[in-house]
Design a protein around this ligand. Structure first.
Ligand code: FES
Ligand code: FE
Length: 450
């Protein structure tokens, strides 16, 4: 392990970062959700050294296509250069700091800064400067003024960027999560594509309140989403919601697998091809998936499909077709989302609907409709969740509230290792969320393992 940053051992009031986690009793101090000093440290340490998702390959299919995004608080352009490679360029002009790109999406050969007109190509190279000779004579070495670039890598079509030259590869960073991400979004030859631009909304909550929930909190479902239970969309048996296999990793990633094997074993499933049960899949696509995947991966996907998952620290994906209590047919959807921090008590969420590129139009449409009704901005599930994050942030405003601790003490027995990652079959207890918190504090106190 190399430590890139000199970690301050203490915050300005003398508190050590490590004092904010109780590793023995599995508790985290509420202060991590409110303290501006911690927030600034996250920007440098966590967002400065992790692989951070910025979008999907299908958003920028052709040379010159770009979207404006961010890595933590740093604005970036995600652009396909003339050779078709993806670049992530810092959207801060090398001249005097202006945002070079002022629109969210487009196609261009050059980015021209609106302040004095410095012009960059899609590789971030400074290619022209207005009145260059009058202003600088022969004294401007343009090669010194390229826009900084993050490293770029993709998995499952999701584009990730990393500022840290010494960080491990994305594949290494993802560890076992890479397999499940591919099984979710690269299960057919055409893979998935975005249905359109992301839905975006901002709410007054620390970004980690959203992240924490998606790192494995199935426990809230029966209570916070009570209306869905009462409406008959979710089993009234709280234990049923907790069924499945929870996969955790030392990197803080989490994957929840549905257990279709149980349904098959009990004869509740009359389908001969379980892949047909997956969200957004037709019988034709299921046959293509069988050919496309290795037999081991196809068996894993058909018996234990990934349902909800996250990549630490702030990207989450759904490939879900939540079965009702009787494991009968139900609709599903495909989606991923990125939580963007905008200050200690403010987050922005970017959320995409996806569909199989080669699915018939009516299936694509139905998949998107399912997303909109459930986890779209106004979706019945999404509204419940966001309400909780905002309410918690409000509750932590006062000096007493900020001194509280969050509890993650629901532990499972030692995990199995039949599947890649730590395997915890059965109820989703706090084990996966706790792995993510340990990872968070490792990064925040040490700069993180590399
Ligand atoms: Fe961009 Fe001056 S700040 S050209
Ligand atoms: Fe929820």
């Amino acid at each position: 392990m190399t430590i890139l940053h000199e970690p301050p051992t203490r915050l300005s009031d003398g508190t050590h970062i490590e004092d904010l986690i109780d590793r023995e009793n599995r508790m985290v101090a509420a202060r991590v959700f409110t303290d501006p000093e911690i927030y600034e440290l996250e920007q440098e340490r966590l967002f400065g050294s992790s692989w951070i998702a910025v979008g999907h390959e299908s958003e920028i299919p052709d040379p010159g296509d770009f979207v404006a995004r961010s890595i933590g608080e740093d604005p970036v352009m995600v652009v396909r250069n003339r050779a078709g490679q993806i670049r992530i360029l810092l959207n801060v002009c090398s001249h005097r700091g202006m945002g070079v790109c002022r629109i969210g999406v487009g196609t261009t050969r050059y980015f021209t800064c609106p302040y004095h007109g410095w012009k960059y190509d899609t590789d971030g190279r400074l290619v022209s400067v207005p009145a260059e000779r009058s202003m600088y004579g022969d004294g401007l070495d343009r090669s010194r003024f390229s826009l900084p670039q993050a490293r770029v890598a993709t998995c499952g079509g999701i584009i990730f960027g990393n500022w840290d030259e010494n960080a491990p590869s994305l594949e290494e960073y993802l560890g076992p999560a890479a397999l499940y991400l591919r099984l979710s979004f690269e299960r057919t030859p055409g893979g998935v594509v975005v249905a359109g631009p992301p839905a975006r909304f901002t709410i007054e909550a620390n970004w980690k309140l959203a992240a924490d929930q998606f790192q494995g909190d199935a426990y809230h479902t029966a209570m916070l989403h009570r209306s869905m239970v009462e409406g008959g969309y979710v089993s009234t048996d709280p234990e049923a919601i907790l069924r499945g296999i929870n996969i955790g990793t030392v990197g803080g990633h989490h994957i929840r697998l549905l257990d279709f094997r149980r349904a098959t074993a009990t004869g509740a499933d009359e389908l001969t091809e379980p892949l047909e049960k997956l969200a957004g899949i037709t019988p034709e696509l299921a046959a293509l998936a069988r050919e496309h995947l290795s037999s081991a991966d196809a068996d894993l996907l058909s018996g234990l499909p990934p349902s909800t998952a996250n990549v630490f620290p702030n990207v989450f994906w759904f490939s879900t077709r939540v079965p009702p209590a009787d494991f009968g047919p139900s609709e599903g959807f495909l989606s991923f989302r990125i939580i963007v921090p905008h200050g200690p008590a403010h987050l922005e969420q970017l959320s995409w609907a996806l569909y199989e590129k080669d699915a018939p139009a009516e299936v694509q449409e139905r998949t998107v409709q399912n997303y909109v009704q459930t986890f779209g901005t106004g979706g019945v599930w999404e509204q419940d969740d966001t309400e909780a994050w905002v309410a918690i942030q409000r509750a932590l405003r006062g000096p007493k509230g900020r001194q509280r601790w969050f509890h993650y003490g629901a532990r499972s027995a030692d995990p199995g290792d039949e599947l890649p990652g730590f395997n915890w079959p059965g109820p989703a207890r706090d084990d996966c969320q706790w792995l993510a918190w340990q990872r968070y504090f490792d990064v925040m106190t040490q700069g993180g393992p590399r």
